[in-house]
Design a protein around this ligand. Sequence first.
Ligand code: BDP
Length: 673
Amino acid sequence: MKRLLISTSLMLAIVASANAAADDGSRLWLHDIPAADAATSGTGDTAPLDIAFSELKAAGLADSVYLVRSNDNKDLGPEGFCITRNKDIALINSPSDKGLLYGTYRYLQLHRLGVAIPADGISSGPKFPRRILNHWDNLDGTIERGYAGHSLWKWDELPDSLSSRYREYARANASIGINGTVLNNVNASPKMLSTDYLKKVAAIADVMRPYGMQVYLSVNFATPMALDSLPTADPLDPAVAEWWERKADEIYSLIPDFGGFLVKANSEGQPGPHDFGRTHADGANMLARALAPHNGIVMWRAFVYSPSDPDRAKQAYLEFEPLDGQFDPNVIIQIKNGPIDFQPREPYSPLFDGLHATPTMAELQITQEYLGHANHLAYLAPMWKEFFNYVSPDSMVAVAGVANIGDDVNWTGNPMAQANWWAFGRLAWDPSLLSRDIADEWLRLSVLTSEPPADVHSALVGMMETSREDVVDYMMPLGLHHLFAFGHHYGPEPWCDIPGARADWLPVYYHRADSAGLGFDRSSTGSNASAQYAEPFRSMVDSISTCPDRFLLWFHHAPWNHRMQSGKTLWEELCYRYDAGVKGADNLLEAWRTAAPWIDPEIYSDVEKRLLTQTVDARWWRDACLEYFRTFSGLDYPADIEQPQRKLPDMKKIDLGISNYENPSIPLLDSKR
Ligand code: BDP
């Protein structure tokens, strides 16, 4: 066994964590870990190791933690690590320097959390080899569906000037095991692949590399036409394939460890192989062959819904399932967790059941496009755990999260939304972690200035744990989906029915309310989307009597007097759910207020303001949806719920005036409670 034992010699005092300065949120969960200066690092022979050393040194732990490169724990994968303890010395052990870096960050977190290394040590390896952030950042600095300012990437300044935040970003990601980043929007500009821009990308990749982060790019399928005036982008045209090969060679000459391409093709107006009468497999394989000699991959998105079937939820499966087995080995099909589009709750995408001979990866959304943007608290680990419960992580080779990161000082707009970046990284590493443990660690590493009494602490964890379900309840419970106002995806507009607009962009298409009942019949009596699922899920959701309440109106058009599993009628249950959502939003605010003494004042009041807005918005949702649905049910509200306060005509007057594809920053509403 070959062992390399390395330690730095400097002994520094443990840096006291107390920090009197106001917290602007910029330090994330690395809060009390002093930023290590990798440039002045010690004796390691590769960059990740240099960083690991300097982190330990900066934390005053250089003499009590040894980094050991060894092949002892190969079953944890090349990035895995073990942490063991021998008296006062901790040993971090990994086959790779990257693994040592991950182990170091984990050790530093545990150290700060006061968690002792157990006698039999800690072994940890990532479930997914690729754990990737997707930035929907445009080259003009805006971010599609971004709610935390402008893009981190300062394209105008690159490659000569490097923002210090690039390194802070890489460090934050490495500290939670994220090992890849797609820098630009899936609605990709062809300019991204111009030589000028590739040099800028290379400069970013140089900063990411020592932190174990690979850089990827979203590409526009018609780039050869747009950039170099080729007459076609037909994937079976040899000149097109050659163009991509040359482009790949150029990319790898600048960025030797470039990860590969992410492609949105023939979706929402983006070009793709269908434009030339070719299949997704033809398109993906052509790109994959250009990248294969360099070990690059293609992540080909399955977010497609050209209307070939009246039910949008069926489209991805209809287009991709017949192509199963036809993709090259370095193509991964990237599938959104649900069949529509990042709704507060969706059943899993049946395409995960439909592809058996093709590598797949999940696309989760960290940015809260449909969950209250940066205004609402919606801790998303429970949602992602729910997804992994239905779709085994064993069936996927990678996971992607659409980032909620911008150039705001605190990175994510809402300080609480940092928890979703953290949780994505933690679950991408180990999807079996419990969401409450992830929340608990984050609170202690990020937000709490000192340990509150146990009841306050558990109220804080509890508020994070329930927050997503609260959002589901006050926005669209019981399987309802896409009740959003046209374009901005923030407030309610269940009545929205714009003549001439694409039907499957309109709420009325999804909820199908009428005097008989509510919901989209996707069962075998309707669109039969249920048949795309494997058993036993298929039969369970297909029958209205066994379909879980949380998916009822996704799969069924249920009568208003339908008996729910709770024993209430559909109408009653709908009212109680909206009411529960409003109460839940109030509880979030209460829990936060009880924790005030243990939270930095700046963060406290920022979050409090947002939670106030959330209580107002929850009532806005309830009033709009219940008042509107009541025009169909014709029924009264149960007496024991807080009665809707505003009438439908008033609700219809609310117009945030934000159009699609702008970069909306929804104002915090004037909320006095
Ligand atoms: C939807 C967004 C849109 C994205 C699209 C996608 O509304 O801005 O471009 O998905 O994922 O969620 O391609």
